[in-house]
Ligand binder design. Structure first.
Ligand code: PLP
Length: 473
């Protein structure tokens, strides 16, 4: 496009103030703060300027005040929508960190309602009428469920690891196997957390193999702790050797050193019966005699975001007294929901049925297939003119950095749009009021029904219909 035409188009863009004035009488902006209107106008005009400068031939009519009005109003409408939104998770990744990790059961949500809207005994000891400790509300429960002597809960597992290292090993050495120096999503890296805590990392062994003698040889006057880290999101296969937690405890006892395990996604239930690899449960790690174990509240436990620290009383007491602990303390919503979740574990069958994370892992292919069938029937009625529909076998994932190599057989509804590209459909689905997040493979949209609840099927069908309607609008 020649410079002259471009300049002329740029001059056609109205002034910000003109646009704002042209909007004032509209109902749509009645309760909208002036700054939101102003910024929306700026955003819309800037976008037109960018397109013109990029050489796009824009019809000058599009730049008139009356043509701009609906565009700006739509922009304002989107700005005024809540940012934190419910989505439909059709990815089949159960603990999806980007989609909120674990979701909570209804009974827990009912408890949360009371915790937020009423006063509580958060830090009030009802037995003595004096100030109490918020942690005491869940400490006994955690001990009863796991066999640990003492417990403490902080904001997340990253905080838990940092706090334990800061308390037990600041200025001293912590011995870790090279094969366990994991980085998990969101830039949590063991070596970085270690240096932030003030502890010195002593790496031992080779990437694939670490032996008892590697620990023995690395121990010195400076050693404060032996640390084992769960290789959450990766696996070393082939010629490998790891020192078991039992062996590590034996070394620690022999040399008078505490042993810590960062379990990452700690689980109270053995999930191998659902076809997953046998992972040590929290109870087993505690029974092995570690001095401290840490894990997340919102991974396989299926609860709220939290970092749970279990261990020997003496060690936990030191951690509790660390002033850094105060900066990581959990709020009443976490405490209330964590207690509710923990109580469900008193009966394993209840836990597997009511805690969504566990129930989704336990769901049978038949159950998922029935759900997929229900969605398919609805879509056949609503959408058969605009896409090809079908079912397919698919593999779900546990997610959350837990059990990376393992799949759960599942069933997906498959959608092949006829008039639009599947990438376009994916964008439209993200822009819905309740966005739908699926998987794209071979130009088809796959909706894994493992992570969709039974009572979400009708909503999901409506959302898909809305997206196709938006495509033809
Ligand atoms: C997930 C994970 C963490 C971090 O836990 P958050 O609760 O996300 O802070 C730390 N260590 C390991 C091994 C993990 O898998």
């Amino acid at each position: 496009m020649d410079k002259e035409v471009q300049q002329e188009l740029l001059r056609t863009i109205p002034q910000v103030d003109e646009c704002i004035h042209s909007l004032f009488d509209l109902d749509q902006v009645e309760h909208v703060p002036l700054l939101v209107i102003k910024n929306s106008v700026r955003d819309v005009l800037a976008e037109f300027r960018r397109r013109i400068l990029a050489g796009e031939r824009i019809d000058p009519g599009q730049l008139s005040l009356s043509s701009l009005q609906p565009v700006i109003c739509e922009h304002i409408r989107q700005e005024m929508q809540p940012r934190f939104r419910r989505v439909l998770n059709c990815t089949g990744v159960i603990i999806h960190t980007n989609l909120g990790r674990s979701i909570l059961p209804q009974i827990t949500m009912d408890k949360l309602h009371g915790a937020g809207s009423r006063y509580s005994n958060l830090e009030y000891d009802l037995a003595t009428g004096r100030r109490g400790s918020r942690y005491s509300l869940v400490e006994k429960l955690l001990c009863d469920l796991t066999g640990a002597e003492a417990a403490l809960v902080v904001n997340n597992n990253a905080a838990a690891v940092l706090l334990v290292l800061e308390t037990l090993a600041k200025g001293r050495d912590v011995i870790v196997s090279r094969g366990q120096l994991v980085e998990i999503g969101g830039s949590f890296r063991i070596p970085d957390v270690m240096s932030r805590s003030g502890a010195r990392l002593v790496e031992i062994g080779a990437t694939n193999r670490t032996h008892v003698r590697d620990y023995e040889e690395a121990i010195s006057e400076e050693t404060a702790l032996l640390l084992k880290v769960h290789c959450s999101n990766f696996r070393i296969i082939g010629f490998t050797k790891e020192v078991s937690v039992e062996e590590l405890v034996k070394i620690g006892r022999g040399r008078g050193l505490p042993v810590m395990e960062d379990l990452g996604s700690g689980c109270f239930v053995d999930l191998s019966r659902f076809g997953l690899m046998k992972e040590p449960t929290v109870q087993e790690v505690v029974a092995a005699g570690v001095d401290v174990v840490t894990f997340s509240g919102d991974k396989l436990l299926g609860g709220p975001q939290a970092g749970i620290i279990l261990g020997r009383r003496q060690v936990i007491d030191r951690i509790k007294k660390n002033p850094v602990n105060r900066a990581m303390r959990i709020d009443k919503f976490t405490l209330c929901s964590l207690e509710s979740i923990l109580r469900l574990y008193f009966d394993e069958r209840t836990a597997l049925k009511t805690i969504p994370t566990l129930a989704m892992i336990a769901a049978t292919p038949e159950e998922i297939n029935r759900r997929a069938g229900r969605l398919l029937r609805r879509l056949r009625k609503q959408l058969s003119s605009c896409c090809k529909l079908g079912l397919a076998d698919i593999m779900s994932r546990v997610g959350g950095g837990a059990m990376p190599e393992q799949n759960l057989a599942s069933r997906a509804v498959v959608i092949e749009p006829s008039a639009i590209k599947v990438s376009r459909l994916e964008v439209l689905l993200r822009q819905l009021e309740v966005p739908v997040i699926g998987r794209i493979e071979d130009d088809r949209l796959l909706l894994d029904m493992r992570t969709v609840a039974d009572d979400e099927v009708a909503l999901l069908a409506d959302c898909l219909q809305q997206a196709f309607a938006a495509a033809s609008a």
